[in-house]
Each structure stands twice: as structure tokens, then as C-alpha cells.
Design a protein around this ligand. Structure first.
Ligand code: NAG
Ligand code: NAG
Ligand code: NAG
Ligand code: NAG
Ligand code: NAG
Length: 316
């Protein structure tokens, strides 16, 4: 049955599968509940879907939609049109925004955001303190959720220090993925100027300034560790830049979408090969069995359908 649906949609919406690079960045499908599954939470009806396993693959969980989270359109898409899902498009555009925010910190709009929400120095979250509703928390939430799901970790956008004039020594993540402030809290307390730039500590070699000489105790070993990290880094005359580590050195929408789709959409490793010699019905049965999608009594009962017995009818 599922096969006929897929085929039905292909025909109905005039999608033609081509095995070549996509010519368009996205596509629009207009259709019924097969491609746009709504919910009936507001309707007075007994047919509700606001509990698991509905929405099991949906980022928000069960929302009242009669689907696991994906619609046929997502599944066809993964099957060869070469165009990513809408889910990845949405999150990628937010990542693009983040990239522009980081690389244009001196632009007025970025300065405004920094003035309102503070400086983002912790590399494990992107403005984690924002909790209220609205557009900004949703942007922040998307970026943090991509990080938590390991689709686009925050460390994919990394500061590369060249002349050190635009990077804060203690607050920014530039040597490794954690700010030195969190890595060496004791040394941070002893630093003379906590707000200084990387450049301020460089004079054809690293010279750090402390309010008190560090000569004994655990602080000494911390200092040695810090010096070891710094000894691998030298500054030169070019400007500090941001780098993107997911395919290519600068951010591209394509690489980010590909990365999210890889993590989010299921991978059907092999192409279905139909055997023309046996009846279609059996082909489809095998196809469902291979994907573990047979409506056995046990599985039907798990979905809340009343069954007289869960035993195998032959054993009864
Ligand atoms: C080590 O650093 C801390 C501050 O982070 C300071 O309170 C402590 O006195 C220092 N210890 C020594 C032995 O200098
Ligand atoms: C730190 O030690 C050096 C000698 O090693 C000395 O010249 C300097 O005055 C000391 N600084 C402080 C703040 O004690
Ligand atoms: C400065 O160093 C970085 C690597 O640390 C390098 O990518 C960049 O090209 C260098 N710039 C110049 C002008 O040498
Ligand atoms: C670092 O590079 C930027 C851009 O090229 C330049 O404006 C700045 O003056 C440089 N800083 C130093 C200390 O050379
Ligand atoms: C059906 O149940 C089996 C376990 O008995 C499970 O492995 C399988 O994933 C279930 N299939 C569906 C479609 O729920």
C-alpha cells in the first residue's frame, strides 16, 4: 500500500525523479494530509494522536499529528531528488544567521544584540540564559538544539587567531573549544587585565602578566599547561577570522543542510529491487518485512488497537 501512495504522490504532484544535481534550491508541494499532516487537537473527536508513538521522530514529540514526524514528502526526498528536508532548511538558515552574526560583530545589528543580551563567551551553549518566548529565544533554541543533537556542534564555527587584535584572550574560545577563563579559573583570577586581547600578550613570544608571582602550588602546574598550549600558537599579521569546519573553510548553506539531513533523515542503505516473477503482493510483503513494518497483532496492540488475542493465529 505504501508503494502506491508514494507513486500516487509522484504522479499527483508532478514530481519527476532525476538522478542529477538539483537545478533548484528547494521545491514546494501542495497537497493533502499526506504531505502536510495537521492536527485535530481543537476538534471534538475521539480520533486523537497527541500521544506516542505519534511524533516519535518529530523534534517536538507528539503534537497531535497522525505521523511519526515525517511526511511522505520527506521520505521521497531522501530517496533521490537530492533536495534536503524543510527541517534542515529552517535550521540551516538560522546557522547562516549565526555565521553572519559572528563574522560581523562590529555591524550595528550585531552590536545591538550584544548590548541587549550580553557577550556569548561560553562555547557549550549559545546564549543559554535566554528563556522567554519570542523570535530571539527561538533562534537561540534552534542553534543550541543543533548543538545538543550533534548535527551542527557550536565548535563547527571556530575562531582562528592570526594577529590577535579582535579576539579576547580569556573570554573567547580560540585555543581549543573552551575559553581559557573556564579552563584555567585560578590563573584567570591572577590575570592583571582580564579583558585583554590575545595581541596584548604577544610580543614576538608570549608574555603573560600576573598580579602576583606564580611560584608554588597547583597554580604553577596550571601555568605550565597554559604555556604548553600557547607554545603551539604563533601570531602573524593577518586579521582574525572565523572558520567553518563542516566542509570548506567558510560557511555554506549546502554543507550545513547536508550535515543536518545526514543526522536527521533515515538512511535507506539499499535500493529496492522488485522481482517481476512473483506477485506484487508478495513483493510488498517482503519489502515491509525487511523494514520491520508488518502489522503484527503485537504491533497493532501497541498502537492501541483492541485485539482478541496476541498469540499467533496458527498457534491458537
Ligand atoms: C593560586 O591562585 C589563586 C587564585 O586563583 C590564589 O587565591 C592562590 O593564592 C594561588 N596560590 C598560590 C600558591 O599562589
Ligand atoms: C616577581 O619575581 C621577579 C623576580 O623573579 C621580581 O623581579 C618581581 O618583582 C616579582 N613580582 C612580584 C609582583 O612579586
Ligand atoms: C597566519 O597564520 C595562519 C595560521 O596560523 C595562516 O592561515 C595565515 O595564512 C597566516 N597569515 C599570514 C599573512 O601569514
Ligand atoms: C590585525 O589586522 C587587522 C586587519 O588587517 C588590522 O586592522 C589590525 O591593525 C591588525 N593588528 C595588529 C596589531 O597588527
Ligand atoms: C513490531 O514489533 C517488533 C517487536 O515485536 C519491533 O521490533 C518492531 O519495530 C515493531 N514494528 C513496528 C512497525 O512498530
Amino acid at each position: 500500500m505504501a508503494i502506491y501512495h508514494v507513486f500516487g504522490i509522484l504522479v499527483q504532484f508532478g514530481i519527476v525523479a532525476v538522478f542529477a544535481k538539483p537545478q533548484v534550491p528547494c521545491y514546494f508541494i501542495f497537497g493533502d494530509s499526506l504531505v502536510d499532516s495537521g492536527n485535530n487537537n481543537e476538534l471534538v473527536t475521539k480520533a486523537k494522536a497527541n500521544y506516542l508513538p505519534y511524533g516519535i521522530d518529530f523534534p517536538q514529540g507528539a503534537t497531535g499529528r497522525f505521523t511519526n514526524g515525517r511526511t511522505m514528502a520527506d521520505i521521497i526526498d531522501k530517496g533521490g531528488l537530492g533536495i534536503g528536508s524543510l527541517y534542515s532548511l529552517k535550521h540551516t538558515l538560522i546557522q547562516k544567521w549565526r555565521w553572519r552574526f559572528l563574522t560581523n560583530l562590529h555591524a550595528l545589528w550585531a552590536r545591538l544584540i550584544t548590548a541587549i543580551h550580553g557577550r556569548n563567551s561560553d562555547s557549550t551553549t549559545f546564549f543559554s540564559h535566554i528563556k522567554t518566548n519570542g523570535v530571539w529565544p527561538r533562534i537561540v533554541g534552534s542553534i543550541n538544539s543543533m548543538h545538543e543533537k550533534n548535527h551542527i556542534p557550536l565548535s563547527s564555527m571556530k575562531r582562528q587567531v592570526n594577529n590577535g587584535s579582535y579576539t579576547k584572550f580569556w573570554y573567547d574560545s580560540w585555543a581549543g573549544s573552551t575559553p581559557l577563563k573556564s579552563l584555567f579559573p585560578r590563573l584567570f583570577h591572577l590575570a592583571v587585565n582580564k579583558d585583554c586581547l590575545v595581541r596584548d600578550y604577544w610580543n614576538n613570544g608570549w608574555c603573560l602578566n600576573w598580579i602576583r608571582n606564580i611560584s608554588s602550588g597547583p597554580n604553577v602546574s596550571h601555568l605550565h599547561t597554559l604555556q604548553n598550549i600557547l607554545s603551539t600558537i604563533t601570531l602573524n599579521d593577518s586579521e582574525d577570522v572565523w572558520t567553518w569546519s563542516v566542509g570548506g573553510s567558510t560557511f555554506t548553506v549546502k554543507s550545513a543542510r547536508y550535515r543536518i539531513d545526514q543526522g536527521f533523515l533515515p538512511d535507506h542503505g539499499h535500493v529496492t529491487r522488485w522481482n517481476n516473477l512473483i506477485p506484487k503482493k508478495i513483493n510488498i510483503f517482503i519489502w515491509r518485512a525487511l523494514r520491520d513494518r508488518l502489522p503484527s497483532r503485537w504491533n497493532l496492540s501497541r498502537k492501541g488497537i483492541e485485539m482478541n488475542s496476541l498469540n499467533c493465529p496458527i498457534c491458537d
